[in-house]
Design a protein around this ligand. Structure first.
Ligand code: CA
Length: 250
């Protein structure tokens, strides 16, 4: 039987760049094993064996292009010069949100909690299997990818389409002529269909922290958007009011 599956359909063969993973671990054997395992998965791996070198490298990363940015850091806690917790603190202090997976020989709950408190995303206690490490890395990368979806793909929900590169949206094939705020709301809605948004969350995402005004502003924009979008704005099909919570798309 002929397979109709495209030969390059596997996730590893996407046109996007390989994820870049920095492994900071001073034990050569473990670091090499991690490096080999992650490279086998198709990731680009950078290995560093010392805390100070890691900090210097991370400082140099502040000016690199998107392509060279790190996607994940695997971080040992006990390192020469600068320990892993301080490296993690440094990253978060710099506003760097790259996912961090902490490795530690320590087993106590307080170390685990401390690791997460300084901004690590996950924690593995030594000894661990390479399979588990790879699985955790993959999960963290997937989560990060989901958060950083480049807003260039055309999105569609029922009869609504948005064209992010043109900042344009259509419904039933007709241009919507949205204001920038209305467009941003619609784009957010279409990125997460069925998700319920509170008015505060919409303000945070659309207007940002410097917003002055009250949540009524949201209702006003939703009303405008419904008038452009819905066949019957008083009986909306797309932007649904979720009583006591906020709004939902679809
Ligand atoms: Ca160590």
């Amino acid at each position: 039987m002929l397979s109709l599956e495209a030969p390059f359909s596997s996730s590893k063969a996407q046109l996007t760049k390989n994820a870049r993973i920095l492994v900071i671990e001073d034990e050569d054997l473990i670091r090499n094993m991690i490096g080999v395992s992650l490279k086998e998965e198709g990731y680009d791996v950078i290995e560093i064996n010392d805390g100070q070198k890691a900090l210097n490298f991370l400082q140099s990363q502040e000016t690199v292009s998107m392509d060279e940015m790190l996607d994940l850091i695997v971080l040992d806690l006990m390192l020469p010069q600068v320990n892993g917790l301080d490296i993690c603190r440094f990253l978060r202090y710099q506003g760097n949100t790259v996912p961090v997976l902490i490795l530690s020989a320590k087993v106590s709950e307080t170390d685990r909690v401390l690791g997460l408190e300084v901004g690590a995303d996950d924690y593995l206690t030594k000894p661990f299997s390479m399979r588990e490490l790879v699985a955790r890395c993959r999960a963290l990368l997937r989560r990060q990818q989901y958060l950083n979806v480049p807003q260039t793909a055309v999105k569609q929900f029922k009869d609504v389409m948005i064209f992010p590169e043109e900042c344009r949206a259509t419904v039933r094939g007709e241009d919507l002529n949205l204001s920038p705020k209305e467009y941003k709301i619609l784009e957010l809605f279409l990125s997460y269909p069925k998700r319920v948004w509170s008015r505060e969350q919409l303000i945070e995402n659309i207007w940002g922290m410097d917003f002055v005004g009250d949540t009524k502003t949201v209702d006003v924009h939703i009303r405008w958007l419904r008038e452009k979008l819905e066949l019957d704005p008083s009986n909306p099909e797309y932007i649904i009011t979720v009583r006591g919570f906020g709004y939902r798309f679809g």
